[in-house]
Design a protein around this ligand. Structure first.
Ligand code: FAD
Length: 331
């Protein structure tokens, strides 16, 4: 296969929020950056699915802001009309609303639209699964699942840590013991998600979401009430971490029955169809304490994403930006 040896100085694996924000910053600083993602579309876990006329946010549902730097980004996105406040908290099954009072932001018109906007004017190649990463001539050589090769001097890996480690192993790259222990210590909860098409509005409380409505369910959202699915009614259900871990490999029919059973009293409408999605790496359960991890041998390599510094969309965004700064200032 032909090798792409154009003047790419940095390859970013992963077009989630971490990889895209990093790539934008690197490009601003004159880097030639290529972003590669195995997904058909950008966004990673900021995922949206259209089923008929119904729109579902499948992964991240909303985001919160704690850090001043992220608050500046959010303000810019609010001014551009990319994000808006969805609410200040959600009820749980015992009708208590989360007490912190922080704004919860939704993306307009739906979650994946934010990464799509961030990907504009970047060199992003989707539907390309990297199979192995190997060191070559002081830089990196990546091979995709079809045998195509990509080269870069610097590599930024933003996939969940177990996936990044697997790519290095496939390319016979050995990290020092401290780095590989740190990556192996990062943990993620799985999440089994069920998308439920309804023939009318659900009974979920305002503003359209509920926390832990049952033992098996962590979260439910009404995508119509949220404002992302004006033409159709649909509910996103996220199984709780324990249930998702214990039943990850159970058959679809069983999982649908369990999740629908736990959600029943909030549906309030006939079910038109269901669609199951398994997230092996959902939200970070244990993060690396720093915002990124840089390794200089055998060539410049930086790890970032929500496994670093802090979980959620906010943590991933801050990690991507910090990783880009580290690459820029290392040069
Ligand atoms: C069910 C669920 C609910 C969530 N709810 C919330 C929430 O309400 N609020 C919140 O703030 N956060 C939430 N999160 C977490 C949030 O979505 C993530 O923290 C954040 O989106 C992670 O961004 P990232 O860029 O680090 O990783 P990702 O978005 O996972 O991006 C990594 C990318 O790497 C790509 N990749 C992996 N391996 C390869 C390969 N071999 N070759 C090429 N590409 C590869 C993947 O396709 C992916 O696009 C939720 C996540 C899930 C799954």
């Amino acid at each position: 296969m032909a090798e792409d040896r154009a003047e790419t100085t940095c390859i970013v694996v992963g077009a989630g929020i971490a990889g895209l924000l990093a790539a934008r910053k690197l490009k601003e600083h004159g880097y030639s950056v290529k972003v590669i993602d195995k997904g058909k579309k950008v966004g990673g876990r900021m995922a949206t699915r259209h089923i008929g006329s119904t729109v579902f946010d499948v992964g991240a549902q909303y985001f919160t802001v704690r850090d001043d730097h992220f608050a500046m980004l959010i303000n810019a996105w609010r001014n551009n009309g990319y994000v808006e406040e969805w609410g200040r908290g959600f009820e749980s099954a015992d009708h208590r609303v989360s007490a912190d009072g922080h704004p919860r932001y939704r993306v307009t018109p739906y979650m994946r639209a934010l990464p799509e906007r961030l990907a504009e004017n970047l060199d992003v190649q989707c539907a390309t699964k990297i199979a192995a990463v190997a060191a070559e001539n002081g830089g990196w050589k990546l091979e995709d699942a079809n045998g195509n090769l990509y080269s870069a001097q610097t590599l930024l890996m933003t996939a969940p840590a177990p996936q990044s480690l697997a790519l290095l192993k496939a390319g016979d790259v050995t990290l020092n013991e401290a780095a590989s222990n740190a990556l192996e210590a990062i943990e993620y909860d799985p999440c089994i998600a069920l998308l439920v098409e309804l023939d009318g509005p659900s009974a979920l409380p305002e503003p359209g979401g509920i926390r832990t409505p049952s033992d098996t369910i962590l979260w439910m959202a009404d995508n119509h009430a949220k404002g992302i699915s004006p033409e159709g009614y649909g509910v996103t259900i996220h199984g709780c971490p324990e249930f998702s871990r214990d039943y990850y490999d159970a058959d679809d029919a069983y999982l649908e029955k369990m999740l629908l059973g736990g959600a029943y009293e909030y549906l309030n409408a006939d079910v038109l169809g269901t669609h199951l999605h398994r997230w092996r790496y959902s939200q970070t359960a244990r993060c690396h304490p720093e915002l990124y991890m840089a390794v200089d041998a055998p060539a410049p390599l930086v790890f970032a994403g929500d496994g670093f510094g802090g979980p959620r969309v906010e943590g991933a965004a801050l990690s991507g930006l910090a990783a880009a700064e580290a690459i820029i200032h290392r040069a």
